[in-house]
Unconditional design. Structure first.
Length: 243
């Protein structure tokens, strides 16, 4: 099966599609997970919890060990502030980072320009609608339409302003591939192997469903990091996304 977006990106090894979320509160816990996963994953997500606890040094350490870092801090501020933050992130040699698409076109363009000037290979991803939200949540927030409508609106804006891709549930990935032209990344959180609980996610899919829908990357946390054998769980997930 050919997954849209993968051929042009040169991704053949399923390990290039798996991002392991280091949602822990210490560098020691993070490094323990990385060691346990071993060569079953290349890329690790450092989000707000770990970054707030340990600061940029954990990113430096992961990069120095040969891992790729997906810095998921979801920058959302005025354009100049976001551009400055992106420049600092680029100095850490992260491979991917996130900004909120709802920050608007000028902010997105500022982030992209800052990334390109520092490191042309740094991928800027725009977060669309958090996977903890559903249609009723958006209605309460005054957003018109359904989740998929908002995801499409924000994704179109992000791609038009130069972002390399978006962060969205795989439940919207098929629509994104159908409605938007070009090759772009779709990174999907809220991924759970079949039979596992949803946790605090609402829009959840399995790894195989995510890739089949057109996602280029999946973010998996607790199913791997809390497994008795993280490497074995990662390999099992890799088996599910190897088409």
């Amino acid at each position: 099966m050919t997954v849209p977006g993968l051929d042009c990106l040169g991704m053949r090894d399923p390990r290039e599609q798996l991002i392991v979320a280091l949602d822990v509160s210490s560098a020691a816990a993070a490094q323990k997970i990385v060691a346990a996963v071993g060569d079953s994953a290349f890329t690790y997500k450092v989000g707000k919890q770990l970054f707030t606890a340990e600061g940029p040094q954990i990113v430096r350490d992961l990069v120095a060990s040969g891992r790729q870092v997906f810095l998921d801090l979801k920058y959302h501020d005025i354009p100049s502030t976001v551009a400055s933050a992106v420049r600092e992130a680029a100095k850490l040699h992260v491979s991917m980072l996130t900004v909120h698409a709802s920050g608007g076109g000028r902010m997105l363009r500022a982030a992209v320009d800052a990334a390109r000037n520092m490191n042309p290979t740094l991928m800027v991803l725009a977060v669309t609608v958090l996977t903890s939200l559903d249609d009723s949540d958006l209605e309460k927030m005054g957003v018109r339409g359904k989740v998929v409508d908002q995801v499409l609106r924000l994704s179109a804006l992000a791609i038009a302003d130069g972002c390399d891709g978006v962060v969205a549930s795989a439940q919207e990935a098929t629509e994104l591939r159908n409605e938007l032209d070009g090759e772009f990344l779709i990174v999907t959180p809220g991924v759970r192997p079949a039979g596992m609980g949803r946790g605090d996610q609402v829009r959840v899919v399995t790894p195989a469903e995510a890739i089949a829908a057109g996602a280029t990357h999946i973010v998996v946390g607790r199913p791997i990091t809390q497994a008795a054998d993280p490497a074995a769980e990662a390999r099992a997930i890799l088996g599910q996304i190897s088409f």
